[in-house]
Design a protein around this ligand. Structure first.
Ligand code: 13P
Ligand code: SF4
Length: 343
């Protein structure tokens, strides 16, 4: 839960620690003076309307530290959405996350303030393709990454996130899995299971995340040359050669937790994921030494305090999440099966 920010000074005291190599993630005192009235207005409206703000770690730090009630990975946010008593859920992240919240809360108003809430994974596959693949592979259990539209979830058996894909794929009582749409997460999960002696057939669809697929193993080699004792943390959407060289592999929340817990170690941390994890850690783990550059997700970064305020004040039709009635039940079952396996 975020602590209410009382003044522009308090906002600057928090955000001035962020230096992740991108001007969009840096905060001057002047910028905090400009942002503070918007944060204040959002906080008042949130209270008045009994709204909950769920933010993914990749959105701008002014959202994460200024107005969010819960910040996390896609699994933690789905869980928070499932448990809330709030009347309105406002979800600065990407569209598929807000859709998941709506599927879990069909009677609540769920708002997506992002004018560009795509995701290269969610946009890579449509339900017709899934149904065609199901006819082609009738013996396989169809597992989708949570980074898919509600319509794609409705065509699949169970969904997974980066934090539980390995647990769920192991538990599914079928040795034949079709995993979509992230071929890199599929391969990394297959390798993780292989290490534990589990040899399932895991076919995959050729989708990938445009941010993580560009990360190269040479970045790890160069960083280890400069800092031989560096701890490398990678998201499982990275290519397998990167994941194999990393010391810690996990979801954004798992990476965040690891660094918070080990922040007093003398050696540095190198995070192979979107910059949001590093900027959050510069505040939550002030003793950690972080090295390396910055990768921004253009979709997550399209969220802004201004669009959150506008959606809370008077949501546009495009801010309001609606799910076609004919797919709601199947899509919800696909998500609920994830909770059954993971909890
Ligand atoms: P997490 O669930 O690990 O936060 O991942 C979501 C995502 O979109 C990563 O690119
Ligand atoms: Fe999608 Fe990649 Fe952005 Fe995550 S980082 S929301 S997978 S495009």
């Amino acid at each position: 839960m975020s602590v209410a920010i009382a003044s522009p000074e308090a906002l600057y005291e928090k955000l001035k620690h962020i230096h992740v190599g991108n001007p969009l993630c840096e905060y001057t005192y002047e910028r905090c003076i400009e942002l503070f009235p918007i944060i204040e207005e959002i906080s008042i409206l949130k209270e008045e309307k009994n709204a909950l703000i769920l933010a993914h770690t990749y959105v701008h730090p002014d959202i994460v530290f200024g107005v969010a009630d819960h910040v996390g990975d896609s699994y933690g946010l789905a869980k928070a959405a499932r448990q809330t008593q709030a009347s309105i859920i406002l979800f600065p992240a990407v569209r598929f996350m807000a859709e998941t919240a709506k599927l879990l809360n069909p009677d609540k108003l769920v708002l997506d303030p992002n004018p560009n809430g795509g995701c290269s994974l969610a946009d890579s596959i449509d339900p017709d393709t899934v149904w065609r693949l199901r006819r082609q592979y009738p013996q396989h259990t169809f597992v989708c990454y949570i980074n898919t539209t509600a319509a794609v979830k409705a065509a699949c058996d169970v969904c997974v996130t980066s934090s539980n894909a390995h647990i769920i794929l192991e538990k599914i009582p079928n040795d034949r899995i079709y995993f979509l749409p992230d071929r890199l997460l599929a391969e990394n999960t297959k390798n993780r299971l292989l290490k534990r002696g589990i040899t399932k057939e895991i076919l995959s669809y050729p989708g990938s995340c445009y941010v993580h697929e560009e990360i190269q193993e040479e970045e790890i080699d160069l960083m280890r040359y400069r800092f031989p004792d560096v701890t490398v943390l990678a998201h499982p959407e990275c290519p397998p050669e990167v994941v194999q060289k990393a010391d810690v592999v996990g979801s954004t929340t798992e990476m965040h937790r690891y660094v918070v817990a080990h922040q007093h170690q003398r050696s540095p941390f190198f995070l192979l994921t979107e910059c949001g994890v590093a900027s959050r850690l510069q505040i939550d783990a002030p003793h950690a030494k972080l090295v390396g550059g910055c990768h921004l997700c253009k979709y997550m970064r399209s969220n802004s305090l201004q669009s959150i305020l506008a959606a809370l004040k008077q949501p546009k039709e495009s801010d309001i999440i609606t799910i076609e009635p004919q797919i709601q039940e199947r899509a919800r079952r696909c998500i609920e099966r994830m909770f059954d396996y993971a909890e």
